[in-house]
Each structure stands twice: as C-alpha cells, then as structure tokens.
Design a protein around this ligand. Sequence first.
Ligand code: EPU
Length: 321
Amino acid sequence: MSWELAGASLKLIMAGMEPVKDAPLSKHGYWRVGGPADLLVDVHDEHMLAAVMDTDLPVTVLGNGSNLLVADAGIRGIVVRLKGNFRALAFRDPKQASGLSDTLSSPMGIALVGAGTMNTVLLHKLDALEIGGLGCLAGVPGTVGGAIRMNAGTRLGEIGDKVAFVRVVLPNGSTQTLTPEDIDFRYRRATLPEGAIVTRVGLWVSREVYDTEKAQIQEHLGYRKGSQPLDQPSCGSTFKNPDGDAAGRLIDAAGLKGTRVGGAQISEKHANFFINTGNATAMDLYTLIKTARDTVRERFDVVLEPEVHAVGDWPEGAWPL
Ligand code: EPU
C-alpha cells in the first residue's frame, strides 16, 4: 500500500471507520464484475464523510452498485457506502409542532430520507405507514441518492418531480441544501454541483394517493416481471431511451437479442437488459454495449446514450463510447 493510501487509511480509522483495502467490488455491483477498490469504507454520518473528503484521495460513492459498470482494474482511491444515519427516515409533518415525526398525520408532508436508503426499503416502509407519493421508485433498484443523481423513474413518473430539497456534501467538505430550482432534472439526468455527494433528500409524500398508487405499483411490478429478466444479474436498462423511441425496441429490431461477448449477453427477454451469464468481465460488457450502440447507429442512425455509469480505471479512450 502506498504512503498516501496508508495515511488516508489511518485518518479513516481515527474517525471511527474500518476501511478495507483492495476490496473486491464484484461482490457489490448488480453486474457482479469489476476489480478492487483501493479502500472501501462504510460511512455512517456527515462527520465521517467529512473525514473521507479530507483525505484528498478521489472518492466514489458506490450506492447499491445497481447502475455502475466497475472497470476490471477496479477503482483508485476511496469507495464509500452510505450507511447508519444515511439510511434514516423521518417526516416533516405540518400537523406536528416540533416539525419532525416518525410518521405522517397530515394529508401531505415531506419524507426526510437518507441517501443510502434502498429505494425498495423506502417503499416498504412507506407502504407499512400507508403513505404514498413515491410510486415512481417502484421496482427501481439502488439507493435514493443514486435515484436523485440520475433522476430515476418509470412510467409512473420521475423522482425529480417529488423533490423538496437535496442535501449534499461538496468536495471541500462543506454542506449545501439545494432546492428543486437549483437542480435541472431532465430525463435520467440531474445537474448537481461537481463532485457533490447526496446525503439526504426531502421528498413530497401524501396519504391521499396511497390507495390508487398502490394499485398502479402492483400493475407496474407485474409488467416488469413479465417483460424484464429480473432473475439474472443486470443493471436494468443499459441505455437511456432516445427521444420518441425505446432503446430496447431498437436493439431488438437490429437483431441483437441473445448476442454474446464472453460471459455477457443481451437478454432474450428484453433487449435493453445486458446480462452477466456467470463469468463476464467488465470488458465483455463494455464490448457488448459498444457493439449494440454501433449496430443501432449503423442500422437506424440513432445514437444511444448509456444509462449505466462507468467508474474506475478503464483503458484510455474507452469512455465516452
Ligand atoms: N421492446 C421491444 N423489444 C425488447 C424490449 C422492448 O420491442 O426486447 C419495446 C416494447 O415492446 C415497448 C418499448 O420497447 O414498445 C419499451 O419497452 P418497455 O415497455 O419494456 O420499457 P423501456 O422503455 O424499455 C422503461 C424504463 C425501465 C422501466 C420500464 C417500465 C428507461 C431507459 N427504462 O423501460 O427502467 O422499468 O420503462 O416502467 O427509461 C431502468 O431504468 O433501469 C429501468 C428498468
């Protein structure tokens, strides 16, 4: 381990963390590929996060790894998983004088959600409290922070439309609270300050929509189960949909369903799902992604943009595609 990494590691330990060196990331991502992180660390609160930022090493937030393609050479610097306080849930309820509450009594309020919370966990907790409003996250893998970063959504809507505020930590360690006006939410994209890490999010929720939304969620999850290969390792949609069309339709129409590169394969069930059949490398997936993009461009003159994010040490010039 270099002196720089050893120094950073010590700093993290002094701040109460337990960094793991050369941690294999293939255990964490949905695609189950990728090399090691120099240091992998679980961060429980803003104090710990400030210590991570203070090391001067590059910081990558892993989220749940559900939309990341980690390079075979791994990720240099510190890879962070947000846990502890970053998975807390509370409500700002207009009926509560104190402001914060464990649930929502009013028809509408704001859910204060830690960015490391899994979307599925959040939806289960809201369901148990009979609170609706976030049906747009149904079936979306990953964390709330990741969902904000890419304005995740489904046919039930987009998370950007639900945002009351987004709290971030900046690379200099300071915190900032952004309002929806500060963020440009577009289709699968959100403009956040360079290097910002989302730590907590305020999302509008409602009791009134609970019943109707629950039925829509059931219907939507059934649709996904029928049309997407949810039982195989993938990162969901590989490409964003181009304007007025669907990436899955185009890749399918190009005759690419079932195409393989090494252990990576374009799903027979849904052409925008790229699967690790068991022994894929990140490079296999990269080659398959590039092949699909090049073929669709040649056949239909449409340039597909990846929805998945490549992170880590890729060969020079690999990205953007
Ligand atoms: N299609 C094909 N062949 C295929 C796959 C799809 O012709 O192999 C056609 C379908 O028949 C349909 C169109 O393409 O006419 C769109 O397909 P689908 O309804 O499956 O939805 P999608 O646009 O591929 C989007 C989201 C999904 C989300 C579903 C359902 C994007 C990039 N993807 O998929 O989100 O689950 O709608 O709401 O917007 C994700 O982002 O990871 C994700 C899974």
